[in-house]
Write a new protein. Sequence first.
Length: 151
Amino acid sequence: MLYRVDKSNYHMFDDMIFYRGHGRYKNNDEAAESQDFTAYYSALEVQTFYAFAVQSEDKFIGYILLNYLPKIGSASGRGWLFVDDLRVNPDYRRKGTARLLMNKADALSKELNASGLRLYVNADNPGGIAFYKTCGYEQKFGTSMLMQREC
């Protein structure tokens, strides 16, 4: 099942993030620890931010984070939906989870009347590149480089 991440299920999303960093889901003691997710809840309410996750049994097994960026002053007035992050638990890869998440991104881009979708994929990730190509993505603008500055 596919869900939008919100306050009611954020604890499951947090567990998926824990898995990403530790290679396992939280044990009962770790899950039972009370955590204050209030700081994250405000991000979930940003109108141009979208987080969706796929649930199997009692846990999230994959997620996609999306950001809509309007293009103020452009001829079309339409912005782009950016795939910020896509992750699937390794035990659930190659079973349609990533495709389900990307289909949700496609549907959302149409709902928002976006110009399209954009994403960055690491050049040394041939599996990711191949997957995105099967989703209809193609390399644009020659070679680009993601740059960032920490705050």
